[in-house]
Design a binder for this molecule. Structure first.
Ligand code: NAP
Length: 253
């Protein structure tokens, strides 16, 4: 039986590690042609590609590349889409998953201007530019899926004592998703945001994992696969659109 995403071209930005990797592998298993983008680690890229190829449908195109996103992020977006086009053949992606989203913790009064720029550019402007660039083709094709990742507890407007810049940018993704849904929902394009709780990944150090154990029900971090299961359901659904969904075990940080 053909996978649900057979002949769909998927791009996962930040798909070589953590939550993005788990989503990328799920897309491969569902038959998508897949481009996996990563930041720095050739080892992680090769490992993700090998596992994706093991799950992929016969004949599916699976490729990937590394490109660390730096300012100006419009140029980074251009480069990533050009490299994706080289690998995947003609046409822009039908499915965009944007997992890369840098975190930073500092009290408001200690957050330097360069951190404000860095967090806003990577967590809000970069996704906005990618959506504006890709959504027109999705509308023309009358099918598209966009999935973004918020931060923990950023499904609503809240105050944060040590993550204001990161969380403000992540909260704004809800406006992007609802705007994309409003602009393109009638053309079969969906855009949703998953707001993960405290999730243990290969990037999480022992100190963070201990924090997660202290906060999360069950005494451990969520797994990337827990988050990917919801993400993949949203990508499969033609009717969930403009949703901002927490998956955090009810934890308040
Ligand atoms: N983990 C959590 O507890 C948690 C909680 C709430 C929200 N989130 C959100 O969920 C999403 C996924 O988070 P995550 O923790 O799995 O991983 P992440 O650190 O946001 O992303 C890891 C991916 O991004 C790539 N990457 C690293 N630096 C990059 C750069 N400068 N430019 C482009 N790509 C780069 C990594 O590749 P390399 O390994 O090759 O560098 C890897 O593919 C993020 O948006 C995050 O904000 C995470």
């Amino acid at each position: 039986m053909e996978g649900i995403f057979a002949r769909r071209r998927a791009l996962v930005i930040g798909g070589t590690g953590g939550i993005g990797r788990a989503v990328a592998l799920g897309l491969a298993a569902r038959g998508a042609d897949l481009t996996i983008h990563g930041g720095h680690s050739a080892e992680r890229l090769e490992s993700a590609l090998a596992e994706a190829r093991g799950k992929a449908a016969a004949g599916a195109r699976i490729g990937g590349f590394l490109f660390p996103v730096t300012a100006p992020v419009n140029k980074a977006a251009e480069t990533i889409l050009a490299r994706t086009a080289e690998l995947s053949g003609t046409g822009t992606p039908d499915i965009l998953v944007l997992a890369w989203g840098p975190f930073h913790r500092s009290p408001l009064q200690e957050t330097k201007p360069e951190k404000w720029y860095f967090l806003a550019e990577n967590n809000f402007i970069f996704p906005g530019i990618l959506i504006s660039t890709l959504i027109g083709d999705m509308i023309i094709r009358k099918w598209g899926r966009i999935l973004l990742f918020g931060g923990t507890n950023t499904e609503a407007i809240r105050g944060f004592s040590t993550t204001a810049a990161y969380s403000a940018a992540k909260t704004a993704l809800g406006v992007l998703a609802k705007s994309a849904a409003k602009s393109a929902g009638s053309a079969g394009v969906t855009c949703n945001v998953v707001c993960p709780g405290l999730t243990d990944t290969e990037y999480t150090g022992e100190k963070e994992q201990a924090y997660h154990r202290g906060k999360n029900p069950g005494g451990k971090g969520l797994s990337p696969e827990d988050i990917a299961a919801l993400a993949l359901n949203l990508l499969e659904s033609p009717v969930v659109n403009g949703a901002v969904i927490p998956l955090d075990g009810g934890v308040s940080v």
